[in-house]
Design a protein around this ligand. Sequence first.
Ligand SMILES: Cc1ncc(COP(=O)(O)O)c(C=O)c1O
Length: 477
Amino acid sequence: VSLTGRGDLSARIYRQLLDAILDGRLRPGERLPPTRELAQRLAVSRNTVAVAYDRLTAEGFLVGRVGSGTFVCTESFGRSPSGSAQRRRSAPDAPGGGVVPRRLWESVPVPDEVDAAPAPYDFRVGIPDARLFPYETWRRLLSRELRPAALGTAGYGEPAGHGGLREAIARYIGVSRSVHAGAGDVIVTNGAQQALDLVGRVLVEPGACVAVEEPGYVAVRRLLLSLGARVAGVPVDAEGLVVSQLPKTARLVYVTPSHQFPLGVPMSLARRTALLAWAERQRAVVIEDDYDSEYRFSERPLEPLQSLDRGGRVVYVGSFSKTLLPMLRLGFLVAPASLRPALRSAKQLTDWHGELPAQAALARFIDEGLLARHIRKTTKEYGLRHARVLAALGRELPALQPVPSAAGLHLSARLTPGLDVDLDATVARAREAGVAVQTLGGFCGEEPVQRGLVIGYGAIPTDRIDEGLRRVAAATS
Ligand SMILES: Cc1ncc(COP(=O)(O)O)c(C=O)c1O
């Protein structure tokens, strides 16, 4: 109960308690504080509180029990009190009533509910295996940071993130991905998603055209729409984004060159060069999202756009969601010098900075060589699953042609053209048989231009893959 402002104090206490009862903050049977105690807390006379309680009791919302106190009546719900409380309660449901977001948000699709209980055969995309997470090591590193000597002052930190982590990231991606960066070029973010958000906030003019891959990462499309961009889907073929089809008006393009999301193809060197030349000509910015390329099962990776770029046009985005866990929310961006001050400022205005003890723990994890070791170990496991999915697809689902790909935690398979299989129905039936799998169409912006399935193998244990895909096959008919 808050009594700031002027007016009849009893009436205001009455109204606030009534509101709390009606919207469930005070539950049926819950005990209210004694009038004396509430009066003391609110610095009013006991009688002022007693008048409010008496009125609520007379209306049937409260009930007094001699010797034990005043309680919310178990039958008070569903009554129709007069006054603002009822109006406020019903407003959000009323057609056209209540507060509404900006018009723009009407066109931003809302995210699906997060499944609390994963399916027994979980082929969802982008989820690593929680059983492979180095729990012991992470606990040791984190607890080391959660001590007064390590925390230092209790103040806010540098918006660009923990200095040691920025150095560790710069070194690590220098060696593992040939990304040219010093600590000063790195901003630590809450996952790659926040890096994309910061870049969007800094670069997207409302109404401006931004190009994304089609099919592509749905959350980046939604993000750009929420920033007021006109989002143009550009087709992807066997060499990656078709650069010649980029809209002339685009000044920002989002790509996943290492492992196209979701098809899995790497962007060819010719396309990389063409994309950078296009960006140079158009004075455009390229976002290079390298979200999962640590996992690579055969050929050597091509140079990232960031290291091929001579004009300072590429923002490189990375994530620890796949190598560690998505729920840790650890990612980063490497930006050209010209964008860094605005990005650092945007980061501070968004959330000041991420969680520093976790960032410090990650810095040690990288510096002690543990990340590299963890990736080596998990690459073996995911490599086995990748091979197992390919083999099982060939056996169980010959109508699906795998798209060549040798990296990451998922692969795509296209339905042979001309075949009459309803993949949405297949996915729904598979779900009933305990299998979670997604259609390729779900990654297309406007219309499902590609038919097929996207099969994640991060979350599913190797020995469940065969049976899982057998169930998908059974669900096709
Ligand atoms: C292509 C792509 N980019 C970015 C992300 C977001 O990653 P993060 O968890 O680091 O925000 C994902 C998540 O699956 C993704 O698939």
